[in-house]
Design a binder for this molecule. Structure first.
Ligand code: BGC
Length: 370
């Protein structure tokens, strides 16, 4: 394994390269691969892609974001029949198999991967897509009409499924209802309702139900919890604060959640673990999560901390200015579990488009530009 030594950030080079990595790897269809150099990541995830599109939308590449959002809309409308069948089955009180739900990732042509055994049932990406689409349309004053049908289907799908246990952001623990999954769904429904893109009543009712459930079972000692009934925090919960704004940013839940994350998973040098006990590729620190942490710091006025997060991410770029999925070999929680993943899938995924995206978003928040 190549262990890059953290080095002084070269922001101009990394900004330029990040935009290239995103636009040059985008498929003609509009889909973004999670990582072009990593066999099992040569697919497009709604979760990764939505944040990648958000970065493109901010970084002078709105056409790239447009193409991604059109691709998502097509993926959803192509599956209108499947969605309606699922919703009918749920209305009849049936309990459909995971395969009846929408998958989490697609081929770059928008097909189901057909791969059995992937942790494919994840709801968060569809909420994140609604959020990213709305932000993009508002930022560029674009016409929402072409998206209405896909948004309607997505809202109906989420309103009927939001409380179903499914895999989380990390494709784990499908027997739980995850805080960050609820947060992404809530964030998406709130965004489209506010923008007048969806049935406001349906969104409001679903948001109320999510809030009630989170208040009653999704918190521990005042902070948002990894899943209903859990005492742990998870890095993905940072997104419930910024950008999803599930709770007031200056309120006690946001403060307690940030505090719990700082105590448990934020490392002294600024890296962030997914959660305590993570063993995937040794369970290291994720630039994506340092991006979310920095984004939240920027929004609550902790500008110096946000800048430190930006520098931390940049300090793990390779010589070619590529960002990995994890800061490799550094502060691993489970170093002995690294080799098994390297043997299974190869080196730490690089470049991870989502890492580049979070870097660009945070740079934009801080006004760091070329
Ligand atoms: C991560 C997911 C991510 C996927 C593609 C997985 O290892 O857990 O969050 O969507 O990689 O980047």
């Amino acid at each position: 394994m190549n262990v890059p030594i953290p080095h002084a950030p070269d922001h101009p080079a990394l900004l330029r390269r990040s935009i290239e990595v995103i636009t040059e790897n985008q498929a003609p269809s509009g889909a973004y691969p999670a990582c072009p150099a990593f066999e099992v990541y040569r697919y497009s995830w709604f979760r990764d892609g939505s944040f990648i599109a958000e970065a493109a939308s901010r970084a002078d590449a709105p056409d790239s974001a447009d193409a991604f959002h059109r691709w998502c809309a097509q993926v959803v409308t192509d599956r209108a029949g499947r969605i309606e069948e699922l919703l009918d089955a749920l209305r009849r009180g049936e309990r459909p198999d995971e395969v009846a739900y929408l998958p989490t990732r697609y081929t770059l042509d928008g097909e189901d991967t057909g791969e059995v055994g992937w942790w494919d049932f994840q709801l968060d990406g569809y909420g994140t897509w609604l959020w990213a689409l709305t932000a993009h349309l508002a930022r560029h004053g674009s016409d929402p009409e072409p998206y209405r049908e896909a948004v309607r289907l997505t809202v109906d799908y989420l309103a009927a499924t939001w409380s179903t246990p499914c895999y989380d952001w990390w494709e784990e623990y499908n027997d739980q209802v995850h805080g960050a999954t609820l947060g992404a769904i809530r964030g998406g429904l709130h965004a489209v309702a506010e923008a007048g893109l969806a049935d406001r009543d349906l969104c409001a009712r679903t948001i109320d139900a999510i809030d009630t459930l989170v208040r009653e079972r999704g918190m521990y000692e005042g902070h948002l919890a990894k899943w209903l009934g859990s005492k742990q925090v998870d890095g993905s919960l940072l997104a419930c604060l910024t950008p999803f704004g599930n709770v007031p940013l200056d309120g006690p839940v946001a403060a307690a959640t940030l505090h719990a994350a700082e105590l448990d998973i934020v490392q002294p040098d600024g890296g962030v673990y997914r959660y305590l006990g993570d063993t995937f590729y040794g369970g290291g620190q994720w630039p994506v999560l340092t991006g979310f942490l920095g984004w939240h710091y920027a929004r609550i006025g902790r500008t110096a901390d946000a800048r430190r997060a930006l520098d931390w991410i940049a300090s793990y770029a390779t010589e070619d200015h590529l960002l990995p999925e994890q800061a490799p070999g550094v502060r691993l929680q489970a170093p002995r579990r690294l080799t098994e993943w390297e043997e299974r899938w190869g080196d730490n995924a690089t470049p991870l488009l989502w890492s580049h995206a979070m870097y660009l978003i945070l740079a934009d928040e801080l006004g760091v530009s070329l």
